[in-house]
Design a protein around this ligand. Structure first.
Ligand SMILES: Nc1ncnc2c1ncn2[C@@H]1O[C@H](COP(=O)(O)OP(=O)(O)OP(=O)(O)O)[C@@H](O)[C@H]1O
Ligand SMILES: [Mg+2]
Length: 277
């Protein structure tokens, strides 16, 4: 049995009343959202609906015009926030938000995020080295992430020598290596074919769940959203619905489905029962 089932989940990131405009464009018009330890949250919605803006506000990349983003205090090794306290991410200045992003968050983007001149293990080790860990120790820790992500033997390859799916798994390792509280992924499967995308999202969801890391995934792909515990939909900067999605066992069987080229609902999976309708 997975540990996430036996350990209570608690909210790790809570946002309320988020508003953000770019000139006349109202990208966020009052969004409330929270994500808990070990939980995966999918953000869906049409192009231009505000998904990336929401992710950027949650991750402290951008500051909302209105509203709050609260991150649970957990880490003693960082100066931000004070131990045990919640921190208002949106109130921090850029250097502190930058420190927060480096020490408490991990990021996976669509593609092109690995440094082409560095081998895969050093790409993964980079956040640790930026945090001051000696290179040898950081690379050793980074290498520990290769087998569980199906990357054994690829430690010394340059990104140009990896497939798209392998490169995304290296990016996932890099997001996980610093044991962040939250991983943010904006279209992590957007540049991959369907089967590879399903493998990548499965790894991302199951690994973060095991680590008790919260996961926020922006996606256009209903199949990707189905992998996550919960989906919220954004339209014109507002949330339009919120419902539960399959559990881990259903996800595993869906991977087998996707691999057979019938991506979608796992066998025996009853959406209405699971969504409580
Ligand atoms: N830096 C910016 N300057 C001006 N307008 C912006 C900026 N960033 C986003 N917008 C606008 O805000 C709205 C929401 O954009 P956002 O990128 O959040 O959408 P999205 O849902 O992520 O879309 P997509 O699915 O195409 O990535 C859009 O109208 C967009 O043009
Ligand atoms: Mg976007």
């Amino acid at each position: 049995m997975n540990s996430y089932r036996t350990t209570a989940a608690y909210p790790v990131l809570v946002a309320a009343g988020l508003e953000k405009s770019y000139g006349p464009t109202r990208a966020l018009a009052g969004v409330d959202v929270s994500v808990s330890t070990g939980e995966s949250l999918a953000i869906m919605g049409p192009s231009g609906s505000g998904k990336s803006t929401l992710l950027h506000c949650l991750a402290g990349i951008e500051r909302p015009d209105e509203g709050q983003v609260m991150l649970a205090g957990e880490r003693s090794e960082t100066r931000v926030p004070p131990d045990g306290a919640w921190v208002s991410v949106e109130q921090l200045d850029e250097p502190h938000r930058s420190e927060l992003r480096r020490t408490r968050f991990g990021f996976v983007f669509q593609s092109g995020q690995l440094l082409p001149e560095l081998p895969a293990d050093e790409n993964v080790a980079l956040p640790l080295m930026l945090g001051g860990m000696p290179r040898r120790q950081a690379v050793q820790k980074a290498r520990g992430w290769f087998p569980p992500l199906g990357l054994a033997g690829m430690e010394e390859r340059r990104p140009g020598q990896l497939s798209g799916g392998q490169a995304q798994r290296v990016a996932i390792a890099r997001a996980l290596v610093g044991s962040p509280q939250v991983i943010f992924a904006d279209e992590p499967t957007g540049a991959l074919d369907q089967v590879t995308g399903m493998e990548v999202i499965d790894l991302l969801v199951t690994t973060t769940r095991r680590q008790r890391t919260a996961l926020v995934v922006v996606t256009h792909d209903e199949d990707v959203a189905r992998w996550c515990d919960r989906t919220i939909r954004v339209r014109d900067g507002r949330l339009s619905e919120d419902h539960r999605t399959p559990d881990g066992a259903a996800v595993t069987s869906a991977v087998a489905h996707a691999a057979r080229g019938t991506a979608g609902r796992p066998a025996g999976y009853d959406a209405d029962a699971r969504y409580g309708r």
